[in-house]
Design a binder for this molecule. Sequence first.
Ligand code: GLU
Length: 287
Amino acid sequence: MTAVTRFAPSPTGELHLGSAYSARIAWRRARDVGGTFLVRIEDIDIRRCRREYETAMLADLQWLGLAWDGEVRRQSDHFADYGRVLDQLDARGLVYPCFCTRADIAASTSAPHPIAMGPDGPLYPGTCRHLSREDRRQRIAAGIEHCMRFHAARAAEQAGPYSFLDEGLGRIEGQPLLLGDFVIARKDTPTSYHLSVTVDDHLQGVTLVTRGIDLLPSTHVHALLQTLLGYAAPQYAHHPLLTDATGRRFAKRDRDLTIRALRESGRTPAEVFAMIDGWSCAGPAKA
Ligand code: GLU
């Protein structure tokens, strides 16, 4: 069966060995079956993302020989698409405005009562979920900054049981409450990672999502959104993270391990891939 895969970097730094490893997986899975390999620029965080990094990443992918098909989709050009889907969710009572500051959240999650924990720490305690319609209206009218949060419990009710398929892990039962009432539209942009990834994978007809195992918790909410919105479910292949021999992940701060630095030091693409293969065998590749 043919496949549509994608590599979806955020342009907040230069392409490094870890992201080249991930890109090659998506590229190879498409090329192996005569499918389509897409590149998508995930730049909704307009304060951290830079156009120079985008240009450099695309040049590095080309230099590595990981040529993509069709046009590169840049998320910041498509805020209206995400806004339309946000409105649909809103019409179903699945989102609510949240006026909490970081400090409010930190204070409420350190209070001496049981706090629900998520994969990245305490979950949002749901403070603004209980505001009255009038209270919300007044705060919005007063210009108080707010994000939009997802009403996870109500979404779970509307969706019913759901699951997703990971090639290596098998069928996984969806946990709709895993990330709690996560932010579905940020204060500064009318979308979030979870919303735009789900919408784009759908609009771009992605059939196989290859991504690091660190994003497995996110897949639980993406599959939930797909179920609610009636989108076809892609298959997933979560891969181990590229780590060094001590188990440490590569990150954008590893300046000497950017593709650009390796290229400037005279390495060829084949040598870069040999390094990646060496690291991916050496490391314990933990999640
Ligand atoms: N943009 C995300 C990142 O750079 C990956 C998106 C995804 O695979 O869903 O980590």
